[in-house]
Design a protein around this ligand. Structure first.
Ligand SMILES: [Mg+2]
Length: 468
């Protein structure tokens, strides 16, 4: 029964989080959490929802990029897309004119993520499963077929020696591996098939560990930071992340304050959101070393692979790891970060690189090179999506939660039809079909930009001015 994609649209949705400094860090001092929200409609009435995360101004550009790509999706048979998802992903990211804007980075790749996330949501809804379960139930061959291995392994076509000269069929060889081949990825999954059922049962019973970033937004007062530390400690959290990087004295005071509430046994991470140079990162972190942070996140430019390696080499002996990935452009950059031993924690993001297909490739590279994945989340809908991926990883690939944890921020969940459910500091596995990406109709009506009801109210109260 063919499911045909009859239409696809995108909306610009923005939430006024800058009013309370929610989400503020050293680089993004007044973020309005936003998204380009894609809806795929089909001839069967079933729909898929997906988005990419943005910060207010500029969302209109991502929306336009989505619209420019829609012609590749509209009119397609969804079953055929899912049966050849790796090739379809390449078609989206290699469109011969649009790729000039990237390739595979920036605004077109954000648009790819929004569309691809909506496709996975649609697939999971058709299968009547949450995405983590859809992924876990695919055979290793099916799952790996969704990935485009270009730039990770070399495919070389050789003539089949048994074919006649008129009918030269070709056999496909994977001759050389830059980092990982399809066959290796399939083997990694097969090696872990034993125990898969037991891990799924553990996941359903206990959930997946989370840490909180809620306690340390840079724009929060000391009093608020203290209160939030106490609140999340009470809720059972044992790992806490604070934003740093604007002012060393302030960072020392805030780390002291957080350590004072959470104690020495619990874990602390710090996040500079790319604000430092390489040497500055090392110097600054030596000053914060006494607070025993387990990682420094995004110390410098997300594109500086060798810079991250320098920082990691300097800080590793001090017991501080380097974490990055939330703004890493694509699998090629991740590949280099992993190969250069520039990161100790790999932070995939569900809305930045080209959606689940590309994220899966990063999980495989990280597994092969022995780096734990600790997903970035917190922006609108990121917790909702990323939990599915990390749960699949636990059931099927890494088979472990050791040194692994998902970021959690308690913001904007109320807008989703199936919001995350965190219990005893663990994400509990979603049960509803899809990728947990569907927003409530009422939310869209209120926060559509620039003419949603809430935005009209805020203009008339003088809180905001229209920017488009
Ligand atoms: Mg971060």
């Amino acid at each position: 029964m063919a499911v045909l994609i009859t239409n696809i649209d995108v909306k610009d949705l923005r939430f006024p989080t800058s009013l309370l400094a929610d989400g503020s860090d050293a680089m993004h001092t007044d973020p309005d959490y936003s998204c380009a929200y894609v809806t795929i409609k089909t001839n069967k009435g079933i729909e898929g929802y997906g988005f990419t995360f943005t910060l207010g101004r500029g969302t209109e550009i991502v929306v336009r990029a989505c619209e420019s790509m829609f012609y590749l999706v509209k009119g397609q048979n969804a079953n055929e897309i899912f049966a050849n998802f790796g090739s379809f992903w390449r078609k989206l990211t290699s469109e011969s004119q649009l790729r000039w804007l990237g390739p595979e980075k920036g605004v077109t790749h954000l648009a790819t993520a929004a569309i691809v996330n909506a496709l996975w949501d649609l697939w999971a809804r058709i299968e009547n499963k949450p995405v983590w379960k859809l992924l876990a139930d695919l055979t290793p061959e099916q799952l790996v077929s969704t990935i485009d291995f270009r730039y990770m392994s070399v495919e070389i076509l050789y003539p089949n020696v048994n074919s006649t000269s008129e009918n030269k069929s070709h056999v496909l060889f994977f001759l050389s591996t830059d980092v990982i081949t399809k066959e290796e990825a399939i083997k990694l999954l097969k090696d872990n098939e034993k125990g898969k059922k037991a891990r799924e049962e553990t996941l359903v019973r206990k959930g997946y560990p989370a840490y909180t970033t809620q306690v340390g937004w840079l724009g929060y007062s000391d009093e608020k930071v203290k209160e939030l530390c106490a609140k999340y400690l009470d809720l059972g959290f044992t790992c806490f992340k604070a934003k740093v990087g604007q002012n060393l004295k302030d960072d020392i005071r805030r780390c002291e304050l957080i350590r004072g509430v959470i104690g020495e046994k619990n874990k602390l991470m710090v996040d500079a959101n790319q604000v430092w140079d390489v040497n500055e990162s090392i110097k600054w972190m030596k000053e914060l070393r006494k607070f025993h942070p387990i990682w420094i996140e995004e110390p410098t430019s997300p594109d500086d692979i060798l810079g991250h390696a320098t920082i990691a080499n300097a800080l590793r002996p001090l017991g501080i790891g380097v974490a990055t990935g939330e703004m890493c452009a694509n699998r090629v950059m991740f590949k280099q970060l992993l190969q250069a031993k520039a990161i100790d924690y790999c932070q995939i993001d569900s809305a930045r690189i080209g959606g689940i297909n590309e994220i899966l490739s990063i999980y495989f590279m990280a597994k092969k090179l022995g780096v734990p994945v600790c997903p970035h989340a917190g922006g609108i809908g990121l917790c909702e999506m990323v939990q599915h991926l990390q749960m699949w990883d636990f059931v099927c690939l890494s088979a472990s939660t050791e040194n692994r944890i998902i970021e959690y921020v308690d913001q904007q969940h109320e807008h989703f039809e199936h919001p995350v459910f965190v219990q005893n500091a663990c994400y509990m596995p979603p049960t509803a079909p899809g990728y947990s990406t569907k927003l409530k109709e009422d939310c869209i009506k209120k926060y559509r930009y620039p003419d949603g009801d809430e935005w009209e109210n805020m203009y008339s109260n003088g809180l905001f001015q229209k920017t488009i």
